[in-house]
Design a protein around this ligand. Sequence first.
Ligand SMILES: [Fe+2]
Length: 207
Amino acid sequence: MKEKRLSSALLLLSAFLAALHNTGAQKPIGGGCDGCDLMFAGMPKSLDWQTTMTDISGGEPLEIEGVIFQEDGTTPARDVILYVYHTNAQGFYAPAAAQTVARRHGQLRGWMKTDAAGRYKFLTIRPAPYPRRDIPAHIHPVISEPGKNEYYLDDYLFDDDPLLTKEKRDAQGGRGGSGIVRLTKNAARKWVGRRDIILGRSIPDYR
Ligand SMILES: [Fe+2]
């Protein structure tokens, strides 16, 4: 009987904690998705809408920009943190020697906080696919909206990637809108591309 009361109390407590979590009364860090809370490890206190990755000496420069919109697709979403991380030009998540946190994300990681126009931009190097695998090259994005748990969007993928087969394109969920980016090389021989993001959308919403 005692045990039963105890387990009911525990159930009530966990329901209460879950409710707190969902209303944002607790700090919305962790628990948003598997491993994506690593976005907060080493995150600078002050964030700008644009950033440059730590070390962009080892590959072809790549700049991606866009606007993050609210679910209506037209209202800019301000104060949204976008965290991105990706492999280096050899296809590895290689941490810097002195890196003490999030080593499995490598050193090519960066954070932005959208401005009033919802803008974000990051300068990095073009990632390579994992060696000897058939997974297209990609950049992982994690979003943290004010008062919500963090979550992954569809990866940034590159339209000219031979590993991005029709089958793989069709398999994309499109969270945040399509992550397939068309890159061009500008006059300064820098790869440039654009991806706008619509929060709360996935491909079935706009097909
Ligand atoms: Fe990856």
